[in-house]
Design a protein. Structure first.
Length: 106
């Protein structure tokens, strides 16, 4: 009976050491993990308002690509139409705050 108690104590002690070692390993791994910066993207509604304000007419409709990364100099094209006319608009991100410059190219 005494041998069983000693064996149980040894198993509990060894298990505690293993759990503590695992906790330390996980903590070290979490602290050394490189954090990947999240890329900011343009707000779709704000983007469309800015472009229509710059090159649109009342009643114009606009479609732009989704998830445009906010990076100064980033360029992309949007489609602007007001029946029966359709135009392509080149848009450039001009600030890290999401401001854009738009010009009609066709």
């Amino acid at each position: 009976m005494a041998d069983q108690r000693n064996f149980a104590r040894i198993v509990v002690a060894v298990s505690s050491v293993v759990v503590a070692a695992c906790a330390v390993a996980v903590t070290i791994k979490a602290m050394n993990t490189d954090v990947v910066p999240v890329q900011r993207v343009l707000d779709q509604e704000a983007l469309e308002r800015q472009v229509i304000d710059q090159v649109g007419e009342p009643g114009s409709q606009l479609t732009c690509p989704a998830s445009i990364v906010v990076e100064v100099g980033n360029q992309f094209e949007c489609r602007l139409w007001r029946a029966p006319n359709k135009r392509v608009v080149r848009v450039t991100v001009v600030s890290d705050q999401g401001e854009v410059s738009a010009s009609s190219i066709g």
